[in-house]
Design a protein around this ligand. Structure first.
Ligand code: C2O
Ligand code: CU
Ligand code: CU
Length: 462
């Protein structure tokens, strides 16, 4: 272990402010009904709910176990998980465990809809080496965007016994955005209106930004403290370029858990459905405050780029406690874990996926068609080429991958990913091994409007 010494501000202790508290609204953890260790058995219900999503108004929402976001599924590597799911919605739905390596029958893909009033048990084992931050959401064909917009999303945390950051206090931040009509009802715009067509193009963005279902909540930190933030982008389309003014993050992980080493950065881009883990060092003075911001990021084509895209948006207030700075530097490991590289010498096929607006390889999604097949045990390179002037975050179900290069430039460090943003006119190559679980797996753009309109395909592992 080497100690990363923290620059601790030596400002005077604030006088008589009340001690700031978190108003983060962290979702509760799903109650484990199992008696034996190593098994997590939970109940999850999707149902309509009338909830106050914005102050002073109520909205007709959908909720998992009555709340938005849904409760967090917290498990350990190696756990056997049984989710007893019941659909009390007036429409079919599924629960997809985004990023998890689970059997086909447990994937909650559009192949296995749960009808209104129906039930389904999702049963899987949490793979070793997959500790990280994930999330769950519906995946009903053509209905994913609206079901998520109505409130169906929740976090998953997979823990590992050998977590090198286990001693660091952590916070979960689930980012979402939404749009409301004046009375407080959700603005799910008619697809034939002008705004509806802009949504189809850009993906639906809302002007109200949420962290854990709260608008501009406050997070408490002490000067000198280090916190681990697990961040999930549950937005249909919005990408967040996260920053704290004057602060440098230690970026320690992404979709599939920790990197090999921390990476120091001023800001970090989180595309729809991606996750990041950050170490935030409390370098501000006691009693001071700052904000977590989303800096402008131009993912749009000029024709539909929102006029306010260049604004910096605020997500949450970071409040420093009044206590004097912690003087003991926290020792952070220089190496977080080892990520064995997938070997390009094992590659049996290179697959090209061409993205155009709404299409993958010129086709729209057909559940009755298999777009590509491979055999169990194969290692492949997927080359995702974005031919258009808008970013598309590309997601593969069931299998995690390692990005090799972006526009031919090798990535600076290895990580496990399940979603990668393919920038406008850019090409991303990743390597993936289909080591387990035959079945039909989706690949798609994770801008939910694009996914619903068929920017998705089926990949069969035999
Ligand atoms: Cu997060 Cu196919 O989805
Ligand atoms: Cu997924
Ligand atoms: Cu897209």
């Amino acid at each position: 272990m080497i100690a990363l010494l923290l620059a601790v501000a030596s400002a005077a202790v604030g006088e008589s402010f009340p001690a700031p508290q978190d108003t983060l609204g962290t979702p509760p953890v799903l109650t484990n009904l199992a008696r034996q260790t190593g098994t997590v058995e939970v109940r999850l219900v999707a149902a309509p709910a009338r909830l106050s999503l914005v102050a002073g108004a109520e909205s007709d929402a959908y909720a998992y176990n009555g709340r938005v976001p849904g409760p967090t599924l917290e498990v350990w590597e190696g756990d056997r998980v049984i989710v007893h799911f019941r659909n009390e919605l007036p429409e079919s739905t599924t629960v997809h465990w985004h990023g998890l390596h689970v059997p086909f029958a447990a994937d909650g893909s559009p192949f296995h809809p749960v009808p209104p009033g129906g039930q389904r048990d999702y049963v899987f084992t949490v793979q070793r080496g997959t500790a990280g931050t994930y999330w769950y959401h519906p995946h009903q064909h053509h209905r994913t965007r609206d079901q998520v917009a109505k409130g169906l999303y929740g976090a998953i945390i997979i823990r590992a016994p050998n977590d090198p950051l286990a001693a660091v206090p952590e916070k979960l931040l689930i980012l979402a955005d939404n749009r409301f009509l004046p009375g407080g009802s959700l603005d799910i715009t008619d697809p034939h209106s002008v705004q509806g067509r802009v949504d189809a193009e850009n993906g639906r963005e809302g002007d109200v930004l949420f962290v854990n279902g709260q608008i501009m909540p406050a997070l408490r930190i002490r000067s000198g403290e280090v916190q681990r933030w697990r961040i999930v982008n549950a937005s249909a389309a919005r990408m967040y370029r996260l920053a704290i003014p004057g602060h440098r993050f230690l970026h320690v992980g992404s979709d599939g858990g920790l990197f090999e080493r921390p990476v120091e950065t001023d800001d970090v881009l989180v595309a729809s459905s991606e996750r990041v883990e950050l170490l935030v060092r409390g370098s501000g003075a006691p009693g001071s405050q700052t904000t977590l911001q989303a800096l402008p990021y131009d993912r749009y084509v000029p024709q539909t780029r929102p006029t306010d895209w260049g604004l910096t948006r605020e997500l949450l207030t970071v409040r420093y406690a009044n206590e004097p700075p912690l003087q003991v530097p926290i020792a952070l490991p220089a190496t977080l874990r080892r990520i064995a590289p997938l070997d390009t010498a094992d590659v049996t096929a290179t697959r090209v996926m061409v993205l155009t607006q709404g299409f993958i390889n010129g086709k729209v999604m057909d559940l009755g068609r298999v777009d590509a097949t491979t055999t169990l045990g194969a290692t492949e390179i997927w080359q995702i080429e974005n031919l258009v002037g808008m970013d598309h975050p590309f997601h593969l179900h069931g299998f995690r991958f390692q990005v090799l290069d972006v526009d031919g430039v090798p990535v600076a460090y290895r990580s496990w990913k399940d979603t990668v943003n393919v920038p406008k006119h850019g090409t991303v190559r990743f390597i993936v091994r289909f080591d387990d679980y035959p079945g039909k797996w989706m690949f798609h753009c994770h801008i939910l409007d694009h996914e619903d309109h068929g920017m998705m395909g089926v990949f069969e592992v035999r």
